[in-house]
Write a protein that binds this ligand. Structure first.
Ligand code: NDP
Length: 508
């Protein structure tokens, strides 16, 4: 049996703060325990052993953090800081993440289970996201207008204020940074709630923010449950904007809660994204990206290519090869350098996925491979082998619903129109891809996809520079790029009268 050499937990978490035995939350520039004193055990999904006890924030803690953020925005030095000074802080934060890269990589692999190479990619991307938004902070953001009056009319962009930010567990550091970087660059203040299962890298990030002397209250990190701490961020009248990434059902409840004070809202939700492969595609490239599209991060990706839509003439050969390749994927502990796919985040998530495997069988789909728990040294973790369902029909639940695990469903099509119809037959519209060597066909099909993020002859690349978000029930708004920056600003119109004299509207 191959034993995995992993740095010990105490070494990996050496710079994560403690009060006694508990990892505290970061509120108003101070490290604090939950007001209730509650703690939550954080586990490694590769073996479900406890790696830390973390303060378990609730609504009262979120309210305390919101009050600290409010003070920082309304009375603190942050809003008076020049954009170039905010940019400098964010550049330094990016450098500090780079300097601690290996440590962040180990923390995310320990806490989330993902293979080291995936964590490394996330950490590099996180630093670059801060860099991208640091650069954007000082760029022009307004417009001037020629209006039919002697008026100099222009716009400026201003921060929205206190931003509540709620993130999931699939990219613990990166999702936090996607939220914090544009918000801070635009001059907002933040209360971020990591997922209850994966708070450790966000809390380590807070130590860098503290060391760089961001003003107190500008960034607050409150670990805790969504139903309590998360709900408070969505519902509080003192929060000006809520930004959420997670499941569509939860997104809907965040939207309800946010309606109380009509706060600004961004939602990045689920997907059931189509990956269309035509018979004229480069065969091995399409196979490779079909695998990467669904099994990266064990399928726990909002934009996963979870529906493979295959031209019928290619179907049998393609699925046979896909099954062969899927069965070779090395599933294991993320710290094992040979591992290509890690565990699911929790026993509950694995049960959710297994439930869908049972549903798929009952619905009459053919399970060609996978969906099995792993034994031996991996028996204590939440591992599941890569699964492929073939012979599906469009109304099956496994075809319509987000599974969020390593389960691919295959659909077959006759012609281009059929492919587009199948691809768009979904309540979701996050992502999609097409594989073909016919350039015109690729463009025609992509333009017909009702989805916010699309790829031709590739799957998954994500760029800080380009907008990210969904059509239909996959969300509201866009993150990343200039769109992501704009989403953290209000637009103010300013009119300057160039002919200063009484208007004469009322008699003198
Ligand atoms: P959720 O969408 O429930 O969790 C995402 C974040 O929202 C977490 O921080 C969570 O906190 C928080 N949250 C939960 N309930 C509320 C609430 N009422 N108000 C405010 N915040 C809340 O995802 P789950 O972890 O429960 O996963 C369930 C399903 O959601 C998955 O099977 C998957 O289908 C989908 N999902 C999709 C993601 C995506 O990016 N598309 C990401 C994660 C999940 P807490 O950690 O305490 O639950």
């Amino acid at each position: 049996m191959h034993t995995v050499s992993r740095p010990d937990t105490a070494t990996i978490l050496r710079n994560v703060p403690r009060i006694g035995e508990t990892v505290p939350m970061f509120v108003g520039g101070r490290w604090e325990l939950a007001a209730s004193g509650a703690t939550r055990a954080i586990v490694n999904p590769a073996d479900n052993r406890t790696i830390a006890q973390v303060a378990d924030g609730d609504a009262a803690d979120a309210a305390r953090a919101i009050a600290a953020a409010r003070r920082a925005f309304d009375d603190g030095p942050w809003t008076a800081l020049a954009a170039s000074d905010r940019a400098m802080l964010l550049f330094r934060l990016a450098d500090a993440i780079d300097a601690a890269r290996e440590e962040f990589v180990h923390i995310d692999t320990l806490n989330n289970g993902k293979p080291l190479r995936e964590s490394e990619y996330d950490v590099i991307d996180a630093a670059n996201c801060f860099r991208y938004y640091a650069g954007l902070a000082t760029k022009p953001h307004g417009q001037t207008f020629d209006v039919p009056a002697p008026s100099q009319t222009f716009t400026v962009r201003e921060p929205i204020g206190v931003c509540g930010q709620i993130v999931p567990w699939n990219y613990p550091l990166l999702m936090a940074v996607w939220k914090l970087a544009p918000a801070l660059a635009a001059g907002n203040v933040c209360v971020l709630k990591p997922a209850e299962t994966t708070p450790l890298s966000a809390l380590r990030l807070a130590t860098l923010i503290e060391a760089l002397e961001f003003p107190p209250g500008v960034v607050n990190i409150v670990p805790g449950a969504g139903q309590t701490a998360g709900h408070e961020l969505a519902a509080s009248a003192l929060v000006d904007k809520v930004a959420f990434t997670g499941g569509t059902v939860t997104g809907r409840s965040v939207m309800h809660a946010a309606a109380g004070n009509l706060k600004k809202i961004s939602l990045e939700l689920g997907g059931k994204s189509p990956n269309i492969v035509f018979a004229d595609a480069d065969f091995e490239t399409a196979i490779d990206y079909a695998l990467f599209g669904i099994y990266a991060n064990a399928g726990q990706v909002c934009s996963a290519g979870s529906r493979l839509i295959l031209q019928k003439s290619l179907h049998d050969r393609f699925v046979d090869r896909l099954v062969e390749r899927a069965q070779k994927i090395r599933v294991g502990d993320g710290f094992d350098p040979r591992t290509e796919m890690g565990p699911l985040i929790s026993p509950i998530q694995r049960e959710r996925v297994e439930n869908y495997l049972a549903i798929g069988r009952e619905e009459g789909a053919t399970l060609r491979c996978g969906g099995e728990r792993l034994g031996g040294a991996l028996a204590d973790g939440n591992f599941l082998s890569p699964a492929i369902f073939d012979r599906t029909t469009p109304t099956m639940r496994i075809v319509q619903e987000e599974i969020f695990g390593p389960v691919l469903v295959v659909q077959a099509f006759d012609d281009e129109a059929d492919a587009i119809r199948l691809a768009n037959d979904s309540p979701y519209g996050l992502a999609g891809a097409v594989f073909t060597q016919d350039v015109a066909k690729a463009h025609r099909v992509i333009r017909k996809l009702r989805a916010g993020i699309t790829w031709i002859n590739t799957y998954h690349p994500t760029y800080n520079e380009a907008p990210w978000g969904g059509y239909k029930q996959s969300g509201i708004g866009r993150e990343l790029g200039t769109y992501g920056y704009d989403a953290y600003t209000e637009v103010k119109q300013i009119n300057v009268n160039l002919d200063v004299a009484p208007s004469g509207w009322f008699s003198p």
